[in-house]
Design a binder for this molecule. Sequence first.
Ligand code: UD2
Length: 300
Amino acid sequence: LTGQTITITGGAGFIGSRLAATLAPDNDVRILDDLSTGTARNVPDEATLIEGDVRTSTTVGKALDGADLVFHEAANPSVSRSIDAPLESHSRNVEGTLTVLEAARSDAARVVTASSTAVYGTPETVPVAEDADLNPSSPYGLEKLTADRYTQLYNDLYDLPTVSLRYFNVYGPGQTGGDYSGVISIFLEQATADEPITVDGDGQQTRDFVHVDDVIRANIAAATTEATGEAFNVGTGTSVTITELAETIRELTDADSEIEYVDSRPGDIRHSRADLSKASRLLDYAPEIGLEDGLRTLLE
Ligand code: UD2
């Protein structure tokens, strides 16, 4: 992508800021972020930060004015937060997406929306393809499903080119420990401090961990694909159990940490692994970074 005017909502967050850093050298990149979970420090020098809420039409209208392309990454990213405060999470994830789609409609800008594997809930079988049953098991999953479907509807009803990308478990540089963070950054922090690694439940739940740079590649493919009005899985097609992940991280960090089993999380998905046939066929997407290599580069 070059010479485009691009708005990235959530561009001060983990995935959005990586996307911004990739695109800012060759494009006019604007970031809309309320800095609720992201930070201004993440914003690359070449990009412009508009601090504001993705649910406020006037702010979003300004951020999207003249844009060719919108990457919508702003969201409440936390499943547990959506269970504790469903109304707030719904408004961020559903109204936020609808507000962005509405602004994009008046600009005729292409929209690539960050959706989630949470739309499937625990799938009947893995790997899970895009046409599987959608049975979200948390408010977050239902919100992402609604946002995913709104994104497709705008393509069909208003002739706006849109794509939904259903991210699996994204990890990589810039994902920090703490409440909103992924298990990999939490385990790495625990292991490097030689503290116990806390596995929720029996540790036999599985996840498909995809490196953020593969997610960026999928977004760039979605920005130009002719296959609009579609949803695509973005994962690696492989999975590990959380216990295996804990053991791998312990080995790679040479930690003396114990693995400590604690209560499982409500709404937790049991198994998750992406079928990438559709993304491979229509987006020419293929993940390039395996889990062990990805973990090693994080430790360098
Ligand atoms: C991920 C996404 C979420 C949503 C969801 C869809 C992240 C951070 N979140 O949630 O936004 O898209 O997928 O299903 O990527 N765990 C531990 N110990 C810990 C922390 C976590 O055992 O200290 C377990 C946790 O119970 C879960 C697994 O590790 O079984 C992954 O947890 P997570 O929070 O990284 O991601 P997940 O799948 O809940």
